[in-house]
Write a protein that binds this ligand. Structure first.
Ligand SMILES: Nc1ncnc2c1ncn2[C@@H]1O[C@H](COP(=O)(O)OP(=O)(O)OP(=O)(O)O)[C@@H](O)[C@H]1O
Ligand SMILES: [Mg+2]
Length: 292
């Protein structure tokens, strides 16, 4: 049996010393929209896809929790406020976000991936500086208004997710809830697409897959747009064809591509076999590929 040493498979050559065969696997970040983790049948399908993908690629998973957070806020009598897909977050809202994301949803997904035969490790961006953040400065909304988002994180560029690379080297699947922390330990709410894009750049991913509830990015007739450049994406936002959560998503795509991620695939987590997307040659029919 060959043995794996530092990612290199050693085996004896015919009559000679042992030779090293590189086992370098593609690095991939998969972002799962919160609505795919609510219903048991969606959760099990996503968990199976994660377990299968992690056998083909070094995989980091980031998840959101949009609708479940909304429901928990409503139950607590806290009003929801969002601007261009980004949640305005005060301290009461942050408490709910942390409880739902890091508590309920993250552990539910970790357990499902374990059932599916994977090796998941549940984390938030606060663990070992995986997602060191600073408080986001006020944003200029698509409508041209300046908005202070409150306890919302913006990635610090030179953050080093050493913990993720250590886990990947041992074939674990880090499953990261979209919460970050400042260097002084203030927890911050981070949009899951923003965090996924940041981590994809930080680990040198060849692809970022963003799985959600729609069949990719839709045009004004509701048809999937097959391929977009960063410039096309900006036009869609300006025209209002892409709005709400899609604004934050396309901004995350732009940032990932600018920082060297090969491409971004935006796909439905219900209609696409996510496990096939590790390969650069995978069919991308019915999805949107965003390229530089
Ligand atoms: N052109 C568009 N094509 C597709 N979806 C769009 C478009 N414009 C706006 N949207 C909206 O963006 C939403 C996706 O963003 P949203 O933030 O709601 O979900 P998510 O990012 O998948 O989940 P989470 O926020 O839990 O991570 C879609 O459900 C749709 O309502
Ligand atoms: Mg979103």
């Amino acid at each position: 049996m060959p043995t794996v040493v530092d990612g290199t498979r050693q085996r004896s050559g015919p009559g000679g010393p042992s030779i090293g065969i590189s086992t370098k696997r593609p690095r991939l970040v998969l972002k799962i929209g919160g609505e795919l983790l609510e219903q048991p049948q969606d959760l099990e399908r996503i968990a199976r896809a994660i377990a299968a993908l992690s056998r083909r690629a070094s995989l980091v998973v980031v998840h959101g929790g949009g609708k479940e957070i909304d429901a928990a806020l409503a139950a607590a009598g806290i009003e929801k406020q969002q601007v261009d897909g980004l949640r305005v977050t005060d301290s009461r809202t942050l408490d709910v976000v942390v409880a739902v994301l890091a508590g309920a949803i993250n552990t539910r997904l970790v357990a499902a991936v374990r059932r599916a035969g994977g090796k998941p490790v549940g984390l938030t961006g606060a663990d070992a500086g995986v997602a060191t953040m600073k408080r986001a400065t006020p944003i200029q909304s698509v409508e041209g208004v300046s908005v202070d988002l409150g306890l919302v994180g913006a990635p610090v560029k030179n953050g080093r997710p050493q913990l993720l690379t250590d886990l990947l080297a041992r074939s674990y699947v880090p499953i990261v809830a979209c919460i970050g922390a400042t260097r002084t330990g203030q927890l911050l709410n981070v949009n899951a697409d923003t965090l996924a894009s940041h981590l994809a750049a930080a680990i040198g991913a060849s692809r970022l897959v963003i799985a959600g509830g729609t069949r990719g990015v839709l045009d004004d007739r509701g048809e999937t747009i097959g391929r977009l450049t960063r410039r096309d994406a900006a036009r869609l936002v300006k025209a209002g064809t892409a709005n709400k959560g899609m604004v934050a998503k396309l901004e995350a795509c732009r940032s990932a591509l600018q920082q060297g991620v090969g491409d971004v695939v935006i796909a439905s987590g219900r209609d696409v076999a996510l496990e096939t997307l590790a390969s650069a040659s995978a069919s991308l029919t019915g999805c949107t590929q965003v390229v530089r």
